[in-house]
Design a protein around this ligand. Structure first.
Ligand SMILES: Nc1ncnc2c1ncn2[C@@H]1O[C@H](COP(=O)(O)OP(=O)(O)OP(=O)(O)O)[C@@H](O)[C@H]1O
Ligand SMILES: O=P(O)(O)O[C@@H]1[C@H](O)[C@H](O)[C@@H](OP(=O)(O)O)[C@H](OP(=O)(O)O)[C@H]1O
Length: 436
């Protein structure tokens, strides 16, 4: 970074005055006009203990026009550069703090912890920031993907120009699937290098290549891991379950942040004796390209065949997600079989373990057990810290700068459709997973 420097930029666009904006929550004191907005360029000194969030994958970056996300002591600071959007996001988090409404209370689980706001001074300029839990803080080698949800990414107050510019972007994936990928970062297991994919990459994706991008994110060239997929899916199913019921809000241009630890995935793969791919180039896994390590998950794919929805039924018991019912006796067995080794406190752990073991009913369970017994490292890990061994992924909802009240207390179909399609793609990957 170069010398500290402030540049004056052309004003940000405001589509409507604050007083005209329909209020979802009480709007606080208005902020300064963006005409006055001075942003930071090449500044070298942040307040003590503060630094750029180097693993930021999307959104307004530190690029000379905007100040990117900052990191401080297990938190991230999101600078507010557009007062209206910033206030909407603050109001959203403040409302969650005090809500008693069931689905909003539930939503709190899916968003980063909120620590209020903080005004920092950079180059003599005061910048108000939203302070949130750093979702990446516990990951040694975080792989992070920002997935924006919804066909429509402009809010009800957007100007004509904003609507056109939003609709032009990420056209193929947004229109067909209601999702787009503005950025991701991976630590590649096959060659030990980190790779960043930005919005220009995301904008070129279509309904097929987005699947490859997701597999790239999942380090699929080292073996598409069922364990990893299931951990992500369980969180996504919970968010889907919420989105199917909530009738309070509409989320525009909001993202899901998917994170997993490449270090843990690597350990998981080596503990399960799955060799790494020799080639560093990515070969998409296809159904016709199965090796002996591959197996078909019991039912998810079948369940999805004639169904516009995902394999998830939308229902949870306190033990976990319920998949769609099926006459299959194999699934019936799966659904009633109990597993041991579920010491975790997580109420769903038992159920998730069942999902992990589904393949065993089709393959040879004893063989699997023998393999596990042989795997000393794996067992030792289990004994030392079962919980640590279980969860090395996170899925959270982020970016609430365009939250609006629900219309006629209806579900947010725009959001719902996007998340359902994402889940369907990830569920479809289960049929290509290696035995890890
Ligand atoms: N709580 C968090 N913990 C860790 N990283 C985060 C967190 N929130 C956001 N990020 C990182 O910052 C990026 C941008 O976040 P966010 O979408 O909130 O910003 P934005 O500037 O409003 O984005 P946009 O330009 O899409 O409106 C995310 O893609 C992610 O990499
Ligand atoms: O993916 P891209 O091409 O970076 O597009 C940006 C993205 O849609 C952001 O959500 C939006 O910020 P807002 O959510 O604040 O509207 C930003 O608007 P901006 O250019 O007006 O900042 C766009 O440029």
């Amino acid at each position: 970074m170069g010398k500290s420097d402030i540049v004056h930029l052309k004003p940000g666009r405001i589509e409507m005055s604050e007083k005209d904006r329909p209020k979802l929550f009480t709007i606080g004191p208005s902020q300064k006009d963006p005409d006055d907005c001075e942003l930071i360029k090449n500044q070298t000194s942040f307040p003590p203990g503060m630094e750029l969030l180097t693993n930021q994958v999307a959104g307004h970056m530190n690029n000379g026009k905007t100040l990117g996300m900052l990191r401080e002591d297990g938190t991230v600071l999101k600078p507010i550069t557009k007062p209206l959007n910033g206030q909407t996001e603050i109001d959203f988090y403040e409302e969650l703090e005090k809500t008693r409404e069931d689905t909003l209370l539930e939503l709190k689980e899916f968003v980063p912890k909120y620590y209020g706001t903080k005004t920092i001074t950079i180059n003599n300029k005061e910048i108000k920031c939203i302070v949130l839990e750093d979702l990446t803080k516990n990951f040694k080698e975080p792989c992070i993907m920002d997935i924006k949800i919804g066909k429509r990414t402009w809010d009800p107050l957007a100007s004509y120009e904003k609507i056109i510019s939003e609709d032009k972007k990420y056209q193929d994936t947004k229109r067909e699937l209601g999702i787009c990928i503005p950025g991701f970062l991976i630590h590649k297991i096959s060659n030990g290098r980190s790779c960043r994919y930005g919005k220009e990459f995301g904008k070129k994706l279509n309904t097929e290549t987005i699947k490859e991008a997701l597999k790239t994110f999942l380090n699929a060239d080292s073996g598409l891991s069922r364990e990893l997929l299931l951990q992500l899916l369980v969180d996504l199913w919970r968010i889907l379950h919420w989105a199917r019921r909530q009738r309070n809000i509409r989320l525009f241009s909001s993202s899901l942040l998917l994170i997993y630890d490449a270090k843990r995935l690597k350990q998981y793969i080596s503990n399960n004796n799955v060799g790494l791919s020799k080639s560093s180039s990515y070969t998409p896994c296809t159904n016709t390209n199965r090796s002996v390590h591959l197996y078909k998950p019991l039912s998810l794919m079948k369940l999805n065949d004639d169904c516009p929805c995902t394999g998830f039924s939308g229902q949870f018991t306190k033990e976990g997600p319920i998949l769609k019912s099926t006459p299959s006796t194999k699934l019936a067995r799966f659904a009633t079989t109990t597993t041991t080794n579920t010491n975790s406190d997580h109420p769903w752990q038992k159920h998730i373990s069942k999902l992990r073991r589904v393949h065993s009913f089709q393959n040879n369970y004893d063989k699997d057990l023998q393999k596990m017994r042989k795997d000393y490292t794996h067992m030792l890990d289990d004994l030392v810290n079962e919980q640590r061994n279980e969860v090395w992924t996170s899925v959270k909802m982020i970016d609430f700068a365009h939250v609006f009240p629900a219309e006629h207390a209806e579900v947010d179909k725009n959001y719902l459709e996007g998340i359902e399609n994402l889940i369907k793609i990830l569920e479809s990957f289960l049929s290509e997973t290696v035995n890890t």
